[in-house]
Ligand binder design. Structure first.
Ligand SMILES: Cc1cc2nc3c(=O)[nH]c(=O)nc-3n(C[C@H](O)[C@H](O)[C@H](O)COP(=O)(O)O)c2cc1C
Length: 177
């Protein structure tokens, strides 16, 4: 697991290779195996494979355009009527999709939707809601872009670890000195 966590990076460039249905199913399984508070199973997902729709989706905020070059996008959503902590539930599912992508040789990136804007008048969530017919009680957390990696990134190392943010028994006492 630690080796996987070191190799996991945000990949924003993709090749044209198609992601097979078996891998897509694996990503869905990673999402649905994720824990939810009180086992509410508050998360829902839209798999976006259609190139035209993916291109429209990539306009949901100014810096998400790399999404149109991914093979697919996974819209991660949470039902706020089923859980008051749908954000946490959906975040764990999104993270598990991102991690499993690495494990099955895909590249992926979390693209934030919640609290982001399409333009001055329309939130990113509203833009996506309209495009994909998402009902009002379903909130949108993020889109995960997925494809075969078109860029290589160095794995994380010990130098990336902020051990100074870890304390022992009190905030006044660093865990590692
Ligand atoms: C909650 C969250 C939101 C993120 N939103 C975006 C985003 O909107 N666009 C993007 O390109 N990357 C986004 N990322 C990816 C981060 O930029 C990335 O994880 C960070 O820079 C560290 O790089 P690494 O993932 O390659 O280690 C997000 C990551 C997280 C955890």
């Amino acid at each position: 697991m630690l080796e996987l966590l070191k190799k996991r990076r945000s990949i924003r460039k993709y090749t044209n290779e198609k992601v097979c249905d078996e891998k897509i199913l694996n990503l869905i399984q990673a999402a649905l195996f994720s824990p939810t508070s009180k086992n509410s199973k508050s998360c829902e997902f839209i798999i976006v494979k259609d190139k035209n729709l993916l291109s429209k989706l990539s306009n949901f905020k100014p810096d998400a355009s790399f999404l149109k070059n991914a093979d697919l996008g996974i819209i991660v959503m949470g039902n706020s009527l089923l859980s008051d902590v749908w954000i946490e539930d959906a975040s764990i599912a999104a993270s598990n999709i991102h991690l499993l992508s690495q494990e099955i040789d895909l590249g992926s990136c979390w693209i934030q939707v919640r609290n982001r804007n399409y333009n001055e008048n329309t939130s990113s969530e509203e833009y996506i809601r309209n495009l994909f017919n998402v009902p009002e009680n379903i909130n949108i957390l993020a889109v995960i872009s997925v494809g075969f990696p078109g860029e290589q990134k160095d794995p994380l190392t010990e130098e990336n670890l902020n051990y100074n943010k870890v304390y022992l028994n009190s905030y006044l006492n660093k865990y590692l000195k």
